[in-house]
Design a protein around this ligand. Structure first.
Ligand SMILES: Cc1cc2nc3c(=O)[nH]c(=O)nc-3n(C[C@H](O)[C@H](O)[C@H](O)COP(=O)(O)OP(=O)(O)OC[C@H]3O[C@@H](n4cnc5c(N)ncnc54)[C@H](O)[C@@H]3O)c2cc1C
Length: 430
């Protein structure tokens, strides 16, 4: 296990959320050796969540997105190389190469290379000027001018990014159709009750939803723009602009070519060290041992990136900090703010507060072995704060009270404490 001393050089590949945070965290933890942060985009590390939310809507400008002020990197003596793609890693020499024939030697190398949108396997589609993916600022800047009132947007993929873009587009007066291959929206990430909640919300907002439907073909105009999307039931969707949000492919090629172990992500241990003791990985690209769900997991979220960056900085300066956070996440759609904590399992018992068929603010709790293990809270930050406590404590609570929206969640917390004080048996079992 490598820790760094003040004569050492830490090279971070990927100037995104995790890479930028790590560089800053190392300085904040008093590492005074050399730090180089290399990214292939032209911007200093910026926050991606607003790309499908406030920035797309026009409520934020570029400089609002920066994770840290650009002046900080100079002040912290972090050497930042933007617009620079790292091409290879020579693990024997501990060297990375980039540009024409430039190289840098490292003592510790951190791969924070994130991921790229999974692309639709259709060359003609992908080269069409009105078809977009959403990961980087420049993609959003090209999409934004297309989202004008009366335009017809087709979104392929009913995941978080697709639904957030659908919500922004509806707000801008765009006619929106969403196509989801699974039987329900957000199928990969949430429960049926939350899927049907968001299904209702989007329909109420005027989105045309096609779940359980695949695309069977595309038609193009003479000038090679996508003009129609054809579904497997024969439905034809006239399209002016198309957003494809069908998932993320972790950027593992660099690691793989260097012989670092990868498997849908770069494999790391709980200290975020790869199969090479001088190389680490953080953020969307890292597949880590997850005690919450068992096995290994790769998470695509800001909290995961920032908390891994913090843990790794601490480890590198000599205070090993195993990464073991309880995941959380958020998504904004229309005026709704979804906040999620914990990881769900298909066998969880589900307790709902509120009426998912009519309300626009509900909370859903997931119970495993009598313990609250995860929660989805829509537009109720106070309740989310309580939900986090319940999940963190793996609280054993009375499901009837949990599901009673008039029963304050905070009143369940003392029950939690007293239940543990009687040997872990929940009070309501007595
Ligand atoms: C539209 C959108 C909305 C999102 N909304 C939310 C949200 O609401 N909440 C939430 O928690 N998360 C959200 N996320 C996810 C969140 O943004 C990511 O989890 C986070 O950005 C991951 O950070 P990262 O540093 O691992 O990767 P990234 O931020 O992707 O950074 C990786 C960087 O490495 C660069 N790179 C890759 N290979 C090389 C190379 N060889 N050489 C040099 N540079 C390289 C990439 O170009 C990129 O700049 C959203 C993501 C997107 C795209």
């Amino acid at each position: 296990m490598v820790t760094v001393s003040d004569n050492d050089h830490v090279v971070i590949v990927g100037a995104g959320q995790a890479g930028g945070d790590l560089a800053a965290n190392l300085r904040e933890k008093a590492f005074s050796g050399r730090i180089t942060l290399i990214g292939d985009e032209d911007s200093y590390p910026y926050s991606r969540p607003p790309l499908s939310k406030a920035y797309l809507l026009g409520n934020k400008i570029r400089s609002d997105l920066l994770v840290r002020s650009d002046e900080m990197y100079g002040r912290f003596d972090i050497d930042v190389k933007l617009g620079t793609r790292v091409k290879s890693i020579d693990r024997q020499r501990k060297r990375i190469t980039f540009g024409e024939s430039e190289h840098l030697d490292y003592d510790a190398l951190v791969l924070a290379t994130g991921g790229s949108p999974r692309t639709y396997p259709d060359e003609r589609l992908n080269s069409s000027s009105n078809v977009f993916y959403m990961r980087a600022l420049d993609q959003v800047e090209r999409l934004r001018p297309h989202l004008t009132s009366g335009t017809r947007l087709t979104v392929i993929g009913g995941g978080y990014i697709g639904l957030e873009v659908a919500a922004v587009a509806r707000t801008l007066g765009v006619a929106v159709t969403v196509i989801e291959r699974e039987q329900r929206l957000l199928a990969r990430v949430t429960s049926p009750v939350m899927s049907s909640f968001f299904d209702r919300i989007h329909r109420e907002e005027g989105v045309a939803l096609h779940t359980g439907r695949s695309v069977s073909g595309f038609d193009f105009s003479p000038d090679r723009e996508l003009s129609r999307v054809v579904l497997d039931d024969g439905t034809i969707i006239e399209t002016d602009v198309c957003l494809i949000g069908i998932g993320l492919q972790p950027n593992t090629a660099l690691a793989e070519a260097a012989g670092v172990e990868v498997n849908d992500g770069i494999i790391v241990d709980s200290l975020l060290q790869t199969s090479d003791p001088s190389i680490f990985a953080v953020g969307d690209v890292a597949r880590y041992p997850c005690s919450e769900s068992g096995g290994t997991r790769r998470l695509e979220s800001i909290p995961n990136s920032t908390e891994q960056a913090r843990a790794l900085a601490q480890t590198l300066v000599g205070n090993p900090a195993p990464y073991n956070a309880i995941p959380w996440f958020w998504s904004d759609q229309y005026e709704l703010k979804l906040q999620v904590v914990g990881l769900i399992s298909p066998s969880d018992a589900v307790v709902v507060r509120g009426d998912p068929q009519h309300d626009r603010s509900i909370s859903v709790f997931y119970i495993r072995n009598d313990e609250v293990r995860a929660a989805d809270v829509v537009s109720n930050p106070r309740e989310f704060a309580m939900a986090r406590k319940l999940v963190t404590k793996r609280a054993v609570v009375d499901p009837a009270k949990l599901g009673d929206a008039s029963f304050p969640l905070k009143d369940l917390l003392p029950v939690v404490n007293s239940s543990f004080s009687v040997g872990g048996m929940p009070a309501y079992h007595h």
